[in-house]
Design a protein. Structure first.
Length: 261
């Protein structure tokens, strides 16, 4: 939990489990020196077998006036598409309840991108799980879902569109007070982050802008599952260079919050 301005950022656990391939394959150009630095920076991401222990998190931004914004929707229930590779069912409903947040309390859901471990609780049984929320996604991401035939399309995007609650945006877009959806393409064509800026402090909810501390050690390191590694590295480098104090709220690192610089 992190306090910034008139809002509180709350990390919401949805699950954890070993990554499905060796981390050296996921980051093929990382050197032993990169790994030593990354393991020192984020030791909780190192599994007992030396593999990559992956966390799955969403974040709630709760304003003092009662508004709540959720960033990402996790791996989802047992029947969600992420079940093919991630530890479903996720725990997001329990994590929300522990934070005192009911699904009906959520006013907006920022979906960072189309990957199945970030859209799982967007809908349940074909209906929006957060009944009073608008869902915010970059238009380029929705187009990519359609063009690539991603399972996120029929599972989440089609029901959200049918319900009339999907807001497609183009580029950096205000979502709530001091909160901006920031376009960060590369991991996927329409990837976005959520930037909460109080004027003196910033929290960047990263989605998959970076997925392991090795990309903090060297933001130019490509990740094997980025659709456009060059553009992803440029987005990472640009956001990590934001002026002033920056805290990263990360979906997959061992710690939910880490210093961005």
């Amino acid at each position: 939990m992190l306090r910034i301005g008139a809002a509180t950022v709350i990390a919401l656990d949805d699950g954890q489990g070993p990554f499905f391939e060796p981390r050296t394959r996921a980051f093929p150009t990382a050197t032993p020196a990169h790994w030593r630095a990354a393991d020192a920076a984020d030791p909780r991401a190192l599994g007992a077998d030396g593999g990559w222990l992956l966390r799955f998190r969403c974040f709630a931004i709760r304003y003092d006036d009662g508004r709540t914004v959720l960033v990402d929707a996790g791996i989802g229930p047992a029947g969600a598409p992420a079940a093919a590779w991630a530890p479903t069912p996720g725990r997001l409903p329990e994590s929300l309840a522990a934070a005192g947040i009911a699904p009906a309390d959520v006013h907006a859901v920022v979906l960072t991108h189309l990957h199945t471990d970030h859209i799982g609780w967007a809908v349940v049984d074909g209906a929006p799980y957060f009944p009073n929320a608008r869902y915010v996604m970059q238009r380029a991401e929705a187009d990519a879902i359609r063009d690539l035939g991603s399972p996120a399309g029929p599972y989440a995007i089609a029901p959200l569109t049918a319900a009339g609650v999907l807001d497609l945006v183009d580029g950096d877009t205000p979502v709530a007070p001091h909160l901006t959806a920031v376009a960060t393409p590369g991991h996927t064509p329409g990837h976005q982050c959520a930037l909460l800026d109080s004027g003196t402090d910033r929290v960047l909810v990263t989605g998959d802008l970076l997925v392991h501390a090795v990309q903090l050690v060297d933001p130019t390191l490509p990740y094997a599952h980025e659709m456009d590694p060059v553009t992803a590295a440029a987005s990472r480098t640009r956001l990590l260079a934001l002026p002033g104090p920056l805290t990263l709220a990360t979906a997959h690192l061992g710690e939910a919050f880490t210093a961005g610089k």
